[in-house]
Design a protein around this ligand. Structure first.
Ligand code: 4FD
Length: 226
């Protein structure tokens, strides 16, 4: 999967995407992430990307001409590379607190349906509405009902959730576990988990989990679903 990120703060992404599982996924070319600094497309001497809202009010709005220039440049560049591979069309997502709430179901659909995602991270009060009404955005997504200073952290959440659905990104054990966890999420029921040490601050792991009797363990878990 290829993911292009349009952001005013590409530096914010350096941490989480270059560690652990996401790092390996990129090394193994299962995942390619590219960053695009929106300021590069800004206008004039100060590379202006935002402006005052028509009709007045607080805050600033990201300019349609700047954002669309960036989106079109990213699509053009993406189409040049690796046309041989099944690149498909990009699916453009705008991260916004007004978007549709992200769920595990939607994460799984995105990973399955799209080989190429473009993520637009908004700032200020948001983006000019004509970017959305003009058809440059396929989907507006929110990671939850709260407001953050920008769409960067939501973009990272989305990337992490989608990346671990790409075949080969998680180890074999983890993906088997994933399947049942994902199912359990869907019915929102879960059994308690334990790992070493066997005794922690005087609390023991339930004895049944230590005896290796899989039928008894299965029963115990069924009896202890949340
Ligand atoms: N809950 C989320 C996404 C973005 C964001 C922004 C309008 C503010 C939270 C558009 C206002 C974008 C979320 C940037 N905060 N902040 O997914």
């Amino acid at each position: 999967m290829r993911i292009d990120i349009l952001t005013l703060f590409p530096g914010m992404f350096s941490g989480p995407l270059t560690e652990s599982i996401l790092k390996r996924a990129q090394e193994e070319k299962l995942l390619t992430i590219r960053f695009h600094d929106l300021r590069t497309f800004g206008l004039g001497r100060y590379h202006q990307v935002d402006d005052r809202p028509y009709g007045g009010g607080a805050g600033m709005v990201m300019r349609s001409d700047v954002v669309v220039a960036a989106l079109e440049a990213v699509v053009r560049e993406g189409n040049k590379r690796k046309r041989s591979k099944r690149n498909g069309k990009p699916w453009t997502i705008y991260l916004s607190p007004r978007g549709k709430k992200l769920t595990q179901i939607r994460v799984e659909q995105l990973a399955k349906k799209h080989e190429w995602l473009i993520l637009l991270c908004g700032h200020y009060e948001g983006i000019d509405q004509r970017i959305i009404s003009g058809g440059w955005i396929d989907e507006e997504i929110s990671i939850g009902d709260y407001v953050l200073t920008g769409g960067e952290i939501p973009a990272m959440v989305l990337i992490d959730a989608v990346a671990r659905q790409i075949p080969g990104v998680l180890g074999k054990d983890a993906s088997a576990e994933e399947e049942s966890f994902s199912k359990s999420l869907k019915r929102k029921r879960e059994y308690p988990h334990y790992t070493r040490p066997e005794v922690f601050r005087k609390q023991r792991v339930p004895k049944v989990l230590l005896n290796g009797n899989h039928r008894e363990i299965k029963e115990w878990r069924e009896d202890h679903l949340s």
